[in-house]
Design a protein around this ligand. Sequence first.
Ligand code: UDP
Ligand code: MG
Length: 320
Amino acid sequence: MDISVIVPLYNEEESLPHLVSWIERVMRENGFTYEIIMVDDGSNDKSWQVIEELSSSNRNIRGVKFRRNYGKSAALNEGFVHSVADVVITMDADLQDSPDEIPELYRMIKKEGYDLVSGWKKKRYDSKLAKNIPSKLYNATTRKLSGIKLHDFNCGLKAYRKDVVKSIEVYGEMHRYIPIIAKWAGFNKIGEKVVQHRKREFGTTKFGMNRFVNGYLDLMSIMFVSKFGKKPMHFFGLLGSLMFLVGIVSAIVLGAQKLIAVANGEMMRLVTDSPYFYLSLCTMIIGCQLFLTGFIAELIGRNSPTRNVYLIEKELNFDN
Ligand code: UDP
Ligand code: MG
């Protein structure tokens, strides 16, 4: 099979029939064999009935329905698990992404050898203040931190080589960072294609302003996990040692001052009257805590089930 189209959806009943007939037309015109995997993320409108109706006239339409709303990442991940085609394309259900982009995305994966091609909504049709400006900022930060040269990390329209979707796991709200997750799994050829973006015709957006706050927090954790996930002591241990060192050196200085003063027979205030005493005490305690956090993180890492899962690209002479 050539293409799996994965569509995560939450309350998109009006858009679905248009979307499906559009995808069907593109596939027919290009002679692709395909499946459309509709992942209903716990909709409480008629989306699932619509999917059932659509699938009765087209066997290429498959559906998964969650019992409740788990979020776009969970929906995408479920689609990845079920997909079988060589090239996997994800697309929003709200008709903001155009299925006309499919043939070119497919070609870039198949012919140009990309692992992942991300859409770039160069001209966006969303509200300026609420989305466009914060998203520029957010993309610039993500680009800087991850070293991946993409303009639009969160574009719903993306294409993947099958290997990629079978090797990664998307959870929480990490769908914004799939290119980082893919890169981390060893898929380096990440490309970009300018795609058409359209106004939302039906329904409303499912993400409010809090997407940016949560987006930044998620970026922090994904950067941390990708850098130190397997060696947390390198982070906590270093920070903890540094703090402890600063604390103990300043404590020694305080003590030495006092001893010298006493030896010279001078009057000097009590060590505990100096604010530096409390600062160095605090620094030493926090340093210890960071260090111990590092040990605990190492213990947790050692017991995690993914401890020794390495992604293997090729093997030689092991076919017994
Ligand atoms: N979506 C989903 N689960 C959610 C929220 C959204 O599956 O909890 C789907 C939604 O139906 C749409 C896609 O994710 O197909 C993108 O959502 P939306 O259009 O609301 O985001 P925006 O375009 O405003 O960024
Ligand atoms: Mg949308």
